[in-house]
Ligand binder design. Structure first.
Ligand code: 5CA
Length: 437
């Protein structure tokens, strides 16, 4: 993609309404545009990053055997009345009527809808376990939407649902998701801590929030630094090993505000290891057994032919929130560097150009074509602007690798630079293989 052709409405001014870095940066680099309070359009650059995050989430869900589907955004109120949440959910739920006067709502989550789908088709324990997920827009009429895509009214979420015969079996599904979440965040270049948490309006008695550390986060967290020492590579993808993984995590103190007790924290965690900090919740998983299946009569035949309520859990990842959260985790000293796995481009070519000198641009175009042939997604900065402004701009856009074509490049070697690092002179072949890796 040529930068001059990319729809990327960069603004020089710091947006006054944006209080945190990720929000400022997303507006400045034209990743998003607010359409009304807490509701955003995703412009090409932001959309590209979000789609990359979505794909990693999808791959890690598929890996544990979850099946993708798609439920609608608009739901009927009937099923929510059955579960009893129609009244409980309060003003956060956007309620609407269709032309026949039927009460509908814009889904804030999908426990009821998935239970309704499940009860009408699955009747026997033989079809269990099942793990289903979708990636779909949600709406919550948040009283105070803020921090851009972090807390908005309309947001993009991956929500998965597990169905099992017994509590014991259901815990195995829970552990698989737990593992999948940690792997997902690792691939996104994020250090996420699983924390024992309250269940809020979703319900149940077992729940973990996945939180990444950030000063601007809304969750207060208390944890033992040793939690970062657990290495996922030590566990295999089988029930026994995953149980061990979760046991290992549970041994280490990590809780959010609502579960925090000062005395317990001081007892269990050595002073030097105590982390009291803020974090951003990027995922939340729940086990709530028959909280929905019982009132909604979602019954299955067990091995003895006896009817029993199916045991369920639900598992959410804030896909759109993750775009902002990743920026918060990676922005430093006016430079934003995307993790390679989700960067909007693999590399950017920055030629020094002027009205009288088109030679560098021609050279850049050749390299651009070469890299494209190798399936490297590359941005070419063909804008006629001085190099110092270009560099400032690319520090914000955050593409991790730069190929600079200016005074330092000679006939054979090109200036190659990783953001926040020194540049080096490399042949195009070397650059290609670096980018391919
Ligand atoms: N039904 C459960 C699990 S599927 C559920 O809805 N859980 S949740 O309420 O915790 O949301 C899941 C994730 O969505 C959160 O961890 C967070 O990352 C994201 N999220 C929740 N509310 C918002 C919001 N207002 N704006 C942006 N992201 C949000």
């Amino acid at each position: 993609m040529y930068l001059s052709k990319l729809f990327i409405p960069i603004t020089k001014d710091l947006p006054t309404e944006a209080k945190i870095k990720s929000h400022q940066l997303m507006l400045r680099t034209g990743m998003i545009k607010q359409s009304s309070a807490g509701i955003y359009s995703w412009l090409p650059l932001g959309f590209k990053v979000m789609k990359k995050i979505e794909q990693i989430v999808r791959e890690e869900q598929n890996f544990i055997g979850a099946q993708e589907m798609l439920m609608p955004t608009i739901q009927s109120s009937e099923i929510w009345k059955e579960s009893g949440r129609y009244d409980d959910y309060g003003e956060e739920m956007l309620r609407i009527k269709d032309r026949q006067g039927r009460e509908m709502l814009y889904g804030p989550t999908n426990e009821e809808l998935i239970t309704d789908i499940f009860r009408s088709s699955v009747k026997s324990y033989k079809s269990l376990p099942q793990l289903l997920y979708h990636i779909q827009w949600k709406f919550r009429d948040e009283i105070r939407p803020r921090f851009g895509v972090m807390r908005c009214k309309e947001f993009y979420m991956k929500d998965a649902y597990s169905f099992d015969l017994s509590d014991d079996e259901a815990k195995k599904s829970y552990n698989k998701m737990f593992f999948s979440y940690l792997k997902t965040f690792q691939r996104l270049g994020l250090k996420a801590i699983p924390m024992a948490a309250d269940t809020g309006p979703i319900g149940g008695d077992l729940s973990h929030e996945f939180v990444i550390l950030a000063e601007t986060g809304e969750s207060q967290i208390y944890a033992d630094k040793n939690i970062f020492e657990i290495d996922l590579n030590n566990y295999k993808f089988n029930d026994q090993s995953l149980k061990k993984m979760r046991d290992d995590f549970s041994q280490i103190y990590a809780v959010t505000d609502d579960k925090y007790k000062e005395e317990e924290f001081n007892d269990k965690v050595k002073k030097d290891n105590q982390m009291k900090t803020k974090g951003i919740e990027v995922g939340h998983i729940f086990y709530f057994s028959d909280k929905y299946s019982k009132p909604m009569n979602c019954l299955i035949d067990d091995k003895d032919g006896k009817k029993t309520s199916v045991k369920m859990g639900s598992y959410g990842i804030g896909v759109s929130r993750l775009v902002g959260a990743t920026i918060e985790a990676n922005y430093n000293n006016d430079v934003m560097k995307w993790p390679k796995s989700i960067s909007p481009f693999d590399a950017v070519i920055i030629p020094s150009i002027s009205k009288n000198n088109k030679e560098n641009l021609e050279k850049a175009e050749k390299i651009y074509k070469e890299l494209q042939k190798q399936n490297i997604d590359v941005l070419l900065d063909d804008v006629d602007e001085n190099m110092s402004n270009k560099f400032k701009k690319h520090d914000l856009i955050g593409v991790p690798y730069q190929i600079i074509i200016g005074s330092k490049s000679d006939g054979i070697n090109l200036e190659f630079k990783e953001l926040n690092d020194k540049s080096e002179l490399l042949s195009l072949d070397k650059i290609k293989s670096k980018l391919k890796n």
